[in-house]
Design a protein around this ligand. Structure first.
Ligand SMILES: NC(=O)c1ccc[n+]([C@@H]2O[C@H](COP(=O)([O-])OP(=O)(O)OC[C@H]3O[C@@H](n4cnc5c(N)ncnc54)[C@H](OP(=O)(O)O)[C@@H]3O)[C@@H](O)[C@H]2O)c1
Length: 226
């Protein structure tokens, strides 16, 4: 009914995704970049929130020529389907993700998006409408599953990841903890949003793996159901 969702991110030793100016910074090292590239190449699709597109302008392409070849050899596009969660269709038409590298793009919008902008974005990406004011993630993920997407990697940021946890849609959660302290109470963290209040609401996790990587630690968690 839903794709299998793996959230992957890099955070500082004090649990920040970037600076208080929301500027993209290097948190992990080359071994982690390689690992993330493999995870991306193995996924049917990769998703980010519009906040990340505006802050970082990522392309989300697979970087390794070998991994691209392997995808093509197995009959897939060079890049996984790139999905942007963007209720009001705020993404600039010149965003890297809409232009760099071959492959399908999907922009998920809500009914509140400007129809003119949505129709313009239709030149660069498929559009999925889900939700009234904000993108309804359960509805979106159901629609993605219907298009054949079975595995979905989520890159961030903290607002989107929070909503995925809140809606019970995350299956695995990987954090690479880098050897830097960023600080700043308004700097983004892996799950921002409103947060849970009571302990029985908390998402419960179990450890799958702990590994020293570059100069930090990679933690892999699985969401405990029921
Ligand atoms: N270190 C890392 O691994 C990593 C990875 C990615 C990002 N980042 C950092 O994270 C920061 C961006 O994070 P962010 O929290 O500002 O943005 P975000 O999570 O990328 O995007 C949030 C936006 O998505 C839209 N959205 C639509 N439907 C939503 C829903 N149901 N739930 C939540 N959001 C929804 C909302 O805008 P609309 O309502 O207008 O649609 C919302 O403001 C940047 O600083 C970036 O550098 C770090």
């Amino acid at each position: 009914m839903f794709p299998y969702v793996t959230v992957n991110l890099a955070m500082s030793a004090d649990g920040k995704l970037s600076t208080r100016e929301r500027r993209q910074v290097k948190i992990s090292g080359s071994n982690d970049f390689g690992r993330v590239d493999i995870l991306k190449a193995e996924s049917d699709a990769i998703m980010v929130g519009i906040g990340t597109v505006i802050a970082d302008d990522p392309s989300l392409t697979v970087k390794s020529p070998v991994l691209k070849e392997e995808r093509l050899f197995s009959g897939k596009d060079e890049n996984p389907v790139r999905i942007i969660v963007d209720s009001k269709a705020r993404i600039p038409c010149e965003a890297e993700i809409l232009h760099k590298g071959p492959g399908k793009r999907i922009i998920a919008v809500s009914k509140s998006a400007d129809p003119k902008k949505v129709s313009e974005l239709g030149k660069y990406a498929d559009i999925i409408q889900a939700g009234d004011e904000r993108v309804n993630l359960r509805n979106l993920l159901e629609k993605l599953a219907e298009t054949g997407i079975k595995t979905l990697m989520v890159e961030g940021g903290g607002s989107l990841i929070w909503s995925l946890f809140e809606d019970g849609l995350v299956d695995e959660y990987y954090t690479c903890i880098g050897n830097v302290v960023i600080g700043g109470e308004s700097a983004p963290t892996p799950a921002d949003g409103t947060g849970f209040i009571s302990e029985d609401e908390f998402t419960k996790l179990e450890i799958i793996d702990v590994e020293k990587i570059d100069e930090g630690v990679l933690l892999k968690w699985k969401v405990r159901r029921g």
